[in-house]
Design a protein around this ligand. Structure first.
Ligand SMILES: Nc1nc2c(ncn2[C@@H]2O[C@H](COP(=O)(O)OP(=O)(O)O)[C@@H](O)[C@H]2O)c(=O)[nH]1
Ligand SMILES: [Mg+2]
Length: 445
């Protein structure tokens, strides 16, 4: 979502950083460009104007410290103001048991998908979750949540085996009952939405909230609808005690202004960003991190968190141990590559790193892409068990068979074997020099 915005902003800062001594005119020009960029990203005029005025006031009064350039200083000031604009938000922490969450929003905003993502999010934190839906109006809306719930280990779907013609009130009661009888930590209630705010049955939502007494009423808003998302948030907040906002379709090509002005206009915290349709495509909102991303500073924290969720600590340690001992087989390699694909592929991972542009061009030059990863997985899958354990068995005829089986060429099979041998070699050398632990701590520094 933020791509073009972040490209432009970092371009503006590049120019600022390059000019050694900074004149007020340079700052003015940069701020004017930032203002245009904000407006083009769909940030409201009022918010953009206020932002620029505040940054300017700060920048002019600042003493320039010797060790940093004036350009860096302005970058820092803009960064801090972006953080303020995006708004820091407290994470959802189930303090009470049960912790009750109600999702509201327009039809198609992504409520049901988000309900499942949140259930996944909490089960990963070892919370027992009950899911329920009061959307009795749209055919199959409840079934949609039931199907999603089945994919999440340990989640209880309240309406499983319940009479199909329950009323909203009955479903609400049932959800509470289930939460109690299952001794669940978290209840997530999905509700019905309408296409237009005027048609939303606010009184029904108010009534549900009265019964459930939720800790959080979270408004789910589609960022692709631009300024409308902000109007919707304002309208819902007038009638309901909306405690936070979840923005969906942040993976699309919307211009991002909604995220930038939502907090300033509604006063409500943004709690999560949804970045895709999969259960794992849910990111806790972190203003610092997004500001960093917008200014082209990379986003290592997001990468680390995402990786931690998908790789268990034990798995990672087991893989590291195998590598160190030089017994890392093709089987292990395929597992690691599949994990990487699950994380959203190479480009997703790269985007979160600083210098992602350079890394991307290096990888492009080396011909490394998601396609080659998928191809390599296919090649490994075509090997026999014995071959995977011992790559030295791979003679000409075996390679030919593997190439045929995986729809690749012998050259491609050879290339993978060479890369694999290179990796083994690397791990062996590393072991000599203190092992993976040492390397990691070096990288950490
Ligand atoms: N690309 C993308 N699609 C999403 C996201 N969230 C939801 N969707 C899709 O949007 C559609 C509507 O979502 P749904 O949860 O049924 O909306 P609801 O009517 O508010 O319950 C579904 O096809 C979802 O898969 C997101 O963050 N990114
Ligand atoms: Mg729904």
């Amino acid at each position: 979502m933020f791509d073009s915005f972040s490209d432009r902003i970092s371009g503006i800062f590049e120019k600022l950083r390059r000019s050694g001594a900074l004149k007020e005119a340079d700052v003015d020009t940069a701020l004017r460009e930032i203002r245009v960029t904000l407006l083009e990203a769909d940030v409201s005029l009022e918010v953009a104007r206020k932002f620029i005025a505040e940054v300017k006031e700060k920048a002019v009064g600042q003493e320039v410290i010797k060790s940093i350039s004036p350009g860096q200083l302005v970058t820092k000031i803009v960064h801090d103001h972006l953080v303020e604009l995006l708004g820091k938000s407290s994470p959802l922490t189930p303090t009470d048991k049960p912790y009750k969450i109600m999702l509201v929003g327009l039809q198609g905003a992504g409520k049901t998908t988000t309900a499942a993502k949140l259930a996944h999010f909490f089960t990963k934190k070892n919370k027992k979750v009950v899911l329920a839906s009061t959307d009795i109006y749209r055919p199959a809306a409840i079934e949609q949540l039931a199907v999603l719930a089945q994919k999440i280990n340990g989640v209880v779907f309240a309406q499983q085996n319940a009479r199909p013609d329950l009323s909203v009130q009955e479903i609400t009661d049932l959800a509470l009952q289930k939460t109690k009888s299952e001794n669940a930590d978290v209840l997530i209630l999905d509700t019905a939405g309408r296409l237009h705010i005027d048609d939303v049955k606010m009184d029904e939502l108010v009534k549900i909230a009265g019964t459930i007494k939720p800790h959080e009423i979270l408004l789910v808003a589609d960022i692709m609808t631009g300024q409308d998302a902000i109007n919707v948030a304002k309208k819902f907040s007038e009638t309901l005690d909306v405690s936070g906002i979840i923005l969906t379709r942040v993976d699309g090509d919307a211009r991002g202004g909604v995220a930038l002005s939502m907090r300033a206009i509604t006063g409500r915290e943004i709690k999560f960003l949804c970045v895709g349709e999969k259960l794992t495509d849910l990111e806790p909102f972190d203003a610092e991190r997004i500001a960093g991303r917008l200014l082209g500073m990379g986003d290592i924290v997001a990468l680390v968190e995402k990786a931690q969720e998908n790789f268990s600590q034990e798995e990672a340690e087991a893989a590291a141990k195998k590598m160190q001992e030089g017994v890392f087989t093709f089987d292990d390699l395929a597992v690691q590559m599949e994990k990487m694909s699950k994380l959203g592929g190479l480009k997703t991972i790269l985007k979160m790193l600083p210098q992602s542009k350079q890394l991307e061009s290096i990888m492009d030059a080396q011909g490394i892409s998601d396609k080659t990863v998928a191809r390599n997985i296919a090649i490994i899958r075509s090997m026999t068990k014995k071959e995977k354990k011992n790559h030295k068995l791979l003679n000409g005829s075996r390679k030919k068979r593997i190439a045929l089986g995986s729809g690749t060429t012998i050259q491609e099979v050879n290339k993978l074997i060479k890369q694999y041998e290179g990796a083994l070699d690397f791990f062996k050398k590393m072991k000599k020099h203190g092992g993976i632990g040492k390397l990691m701590s070096m990288m950490g520094r």
